[in-house]
Design a protein. Structure first.
Ligand code: SF4
Length: 533
């Protein structure tokens, strides 16, 4: 047999629109017969700084078009439309560059391909990191990176570094980049399933996908750009393809396979998976058609004894942006500068929400909530306590030491969240919900001690939480995941730290809210939106 080399991921064209940052910091020099693109290190810093800034406040035009299409679809539910409208409003607030589109401003990830005729003379990852550092320092973003000091002692790095930077070699004289700001909730919804040949038939594949779609749930803030990758020369290759496919990086792969094992998109299965997602009725977080915006199904070669299958999403903070350095300068993908144009002239007509006054005793709040079924849309007004992972662990330590549940946890509903930095002159930084599931282990004990009677966050929860709510009369309310900027601008009137100040974004806060949107997910009778799908 003749030797054939196949580019494993042959991207057939690049239709990305770029904006030029500068023509500076690059020049072409001769080395013998070769032309070398000499790139000053500052170019790397500038590119990553600009890319991380743009992607924190702007979205792709194609993403916004898909949100608008939900509003225009008569088959979308009220709840689908409500989420889409909020996300479009959110994009219109974030574009000002003060409030990032999501409070979880993510792990900075850079994937790059460096041409063999590109010379920088430095450790490129260091200079790319410097640009990321600058943006997280200078903008109202959040530091989410926790570093281990020892096996069990951890600290926030205070800079959002380290970033994940992977640089590969390629031929040519250009340097290409994909930057991502990947939130924790979104990253946590990446799955690897080690399967076998027995999966590779229509019936098994269909059943497998239906089951795994339900596992995804809503904690990564749908509607999703969903990626499913079948095969891969290793588990790592599979998951790397999942990440890039969810970021739209493989949209221009071929659509059929060949004897050399090229990666390809299976358009037929993309339609089928999209259909399965619509039939799940999960919708854009609270029931409906729009669990996904779109689906990418990529087929890869595999070892005869392995069949890795990867599933992942790009969330409502669809923060993916390309960049490139060529002899013409430094370029970054042009994201949408005018998201307002996707908002309809009048808001979608929706059923009225039920208003709940949170400034009444907890028994009265519970007595009010018990009147309404799951999926009811609410407007919350009053006081919330904000606490998330570390605060919950610390309160558990108090209980374990025989101390009482703090009054603030008994008197007010708890919102699981952690804000981004507060812009000057505003009451709050971007402040959307975090994933509720991480707090599930505390609910039974906290409710038994009179706390956490009404919880507000995003995503589905375990049976233990449903049982606790039924036993102690509690509720779990769903807040829309994703629109953190609009919540900060329109719905959060004041923020004050009340406990554990040293925890930074994880400190316990008291906030005052106005017309804060929420949905009843789990009630005091054992009903649960996700269980009822
Ligand atoms: S939109 Fe949701 S999943 Fe995405 S980063 Fe924000 S909180 Fe996380």
């Amino acid at each position: 047999m003749d030797f054939i080399y196949q580019d494993p991921y042959p991207i057939l064209k690049d239709d990305t629109q770029y904006r030029k940052i500068t023509s500076d910091y690059v020049k072409v020099e001769k080395l013998g017969d070769r032309e070398i693109l000499t790139v000053e290190p500052k170019a790397l810093e500038l590119l990553s700084q600009e890319a991380m800034k743009d992607v924190s406040f702007m979205l792709r035009t194609s993403h916004l078009e898909k949100l608008r299409a939900i509003l225009d679809d008569p088959e979308a539910t009220d709840n689908d439309r409500f989420v889409a409208y909020n996300l479009l409003q959110n994009a219109s607030v974030a574009i000002d560059g003060q409030l990032p589109s999501c409070q979880d401003t993510g792990t900075a990830i850079v994937m790059a391909k460096k041409g063999e005729n590109v010379y920088t003379g430095v450790d490129d990852a260091e200079w790319l990191s410097k640009g990321i550092f600058n943006t997280y320092q200078e903008r109202n973003l959040r530091y989410s990176q926790i570093v281990p000091i020892s096996m069990f002692e951890e600290k926030n790095s205070g800079s959002n570094l380290p970033a994940q930077i992977d640089i590969y070699a390629k031929k040519g004289d250009s340097y290409e980049f994909l930057f991502l700001a990947k939130g924790g909730g979104s990253a946590n919804k990446t799955y690897l399933y080690q399967q076998t040949k027995s999966l590779l038939n229509e019936k098994s594949m269909d059943a497998f996908i239906r089951a795994k779609i339900m596992d995804l749930g809503t904690s990564a803030c749908p509607p999703y750009h969903l990626a499913l990758v079948i095969g891969g020369t290793s588990a790592e290759a599979n998951l790397a393809a999942v990440k890039k496919a969810s970021a739209g990086y493989y949209d221009n792969l071929p659509t059929s396979g060949n004897m050399a094992g090229q990666a390809f998109r299976d358009l037929e299965w993309e339609k089928r998976v999209q259909q399965i997602c619509q039939e799940s009725a999960i919708g854009a977080q609270f029931g409906g058609k729009y669990f996904t915006h779109d689906v990418r199904v990529i087929r890869l070669p595999r070892h005869a004894a392995s069949c890795p299958v990867g599933l992942g999403v790009s969330c409502s903070a669809d923060r993916n942006i390309k960049g490139k350095i060529t002899k013409d300068g430094i370029f970054v993908e042009q994201l949408e500068a005018n998201p307002q144009r996707f908002l309809p002239a009048t808001p979608p007509h929706l059923e009225e929400a039920v208003e709940i006054d949170l400034n009444q005793p907890m028994e009265s709040i519970l007595a009010e909530l018990t009147k309404y079924p799951i999926k009811t849309r609410l407007k919350l007004n009053g006081t919330l306590i904000v606490a998330r992972d570390i605060a919950h662990a610390k309160i558990k330590e108090l209980l374990d030491a025989g101390k009482p549940m703090p009054d603030y946890f008994k008197n007010h509903p708890v919102y699981y969240a952690g804000p981004a930095k507060t812009p000057d002159g505003m009451p709050s930084g971007s402040f959307g919900p975090t994933t509720a599931g991480r707090m599930d282990v505390y609910v039974e004990e906290f409710q038994k001690n009179g706390g956490s009677m009404v919880m507000l966050a995003k995503g589905n929860r375990t049976k233990d939480v449903m049982n606790a709510c039924k036993t102690y009369g509690g509720f779990y309310l769903g807040s829309i995941g994703g629109p953190a900027a609009i919540l900060a601008k329109e719905n959060i009137l004041s923020v004050e730290v009340v406990d554990f100040e040293e925890l930074g974004m994880e400190a316990v806060r008291k906030i005052t809210i106005k017309d804060f949107p929420a949905f009843i997910i789990t009630d005091d009778k054992g009903n649960d939106f996700f269980e009822n799908l």
